[in-house]
Design a protein around this ligand. Structure first.
Ligand SMILES: Nc1ncnc2c1ncn2[C@@H]1O[C@H](COP(=O)(O)OP(=O)(O)OP(=O)(O)O)[C@@H](O)[C@H]1O
Ligand SMILES: [Mg+2]
Length: 271
């Protein structure tokens, strides 16, 4: 067994991650994977992108290596570096190199946050030849045939501050994510939090009202994740109004008028 084959085992998705499709995304991803096209999951925070890629890795029986990018993420963090131990120096593949070598799906979460040099480092993997230059090691790593590159991208709040370059964006096919339709979201909240249908129904209604406030005082609408959190607190015995305050109202705004307005929305459903 090669070194990378041993390391990759920890990234296998052995049991099915719960994911309820909202639209055509499963079929779209399967087609993109079949063609090994680099794929961008585009959508607001907490709408199911990470859960989706976990589910797809399980479906496609590919290991999944996830990297959460931030402003300190360098090209070496992705590709690898030489390390030192008692026996001298040795090369350690970074997560992107490991995924390319072993035929995993590499999911770069919030890639827009990463430094420009690391974003550019992924470009050759999106070319027809699919290679990753490991300059420091003097190796041209040709990607395994099963390797796929997936990135996530939230088009909303980053636009003003940071954005991906066109030369990066145009290397990917995009799957557009939104919050799921009402019935799907109710089922997700029930499954994930354990609350009964009537409670999940009310939480989703509150979520819908909050989403209408996006751009009218709220930067983002309430995510499915927040609705799941509210349900989880209710299932743990927190009274519904308090749970909504903790999970839906307080985290999303610091503006006193907005907080009062959101609390009133909650009170129209739970009192
Ligand atoms: N379609 C779905 N099926 C099952 N669960 C879902 C779905 N959509 C959202 N969820 C629930 O919402 C939670 C948040 O979703 P997830 O972490 O995948 O969001 P995300 O889009 O990756 O957000 P971020 O951009 O902040 O990383 C999940 O943990 C899961 O409980
Ligand atoms: Mg995510």
């Amino acid at each position: 067994m090669t070194d990378s084959a041993g390391k990759i085992d920890q990234y296998r998705v052995n049991s099915e991650p719960y994911y309820l499709p909202a639209r055509e995304e499963v079929m779209q991803f399967e087609a993109a994977y079949a063609a090994r096209l680099p794929t961008m999951l585009k959508g607001p925070t907490g709408c199911g992108k990470t859960r989706f890629v976990e589910h797809m890795a399980w479906r496609l029986k590919r290991p999944l290596i996830t990297v959460s990018c931030n402003e300190d993420t360098t090209a070496s963090d992705l590709t690898g570096r030489y390390l030192l131990d008692a026996n001298g120096t040795y090369w350690q593949d970074g997560p992107l190199a490991l995924a390319a070598r072993a035929g995993a799906i590499c999911y770069l979460d919030e890639v827009v946050e990463a430094r420009q040099d690391s974003v550019v480092a992924i470009h050759p993997l999106t070319d027809a030849r699919r290679y990753l230059p490991l300059d420091k090691k003097n190796e041209l790593l040709l990607a395994h045939p099963d390797f796929q590159l997936v990135i996530s991208y939230n088009p909303g709040y980053q636009r003003m501050l940071k954005d991906l370059k066109q030369s990066t964006k145009q290397r990917f096919v995009a799957i557009d994510f939104h919050y799921p339709q009402r019935e799907v979201e109710v089922s997700i909240v029930m499954h994930e939090s354990g609350v009964a249908r009537d409670i999940a129904d009310k939480l989703v209604s509150i979520g819908e009202k909050m989403r209408h406030l996006k751009g009218h005082g709220l930067e983002e609408g309430a995510s499915t994740r927040m609705l799941v959190y509210a349900g989880t607190l209710i299932a743990k015995g927190i009274p519904a109004v308090q749970a909504c305050s903790m999970a839906l109202v307080q985290p999303i705004s610091d503006d006193a008028d907005m907080l009062a307005a959101l609390s009133n929305v909650v009170l129209t459903f739970f009192s």
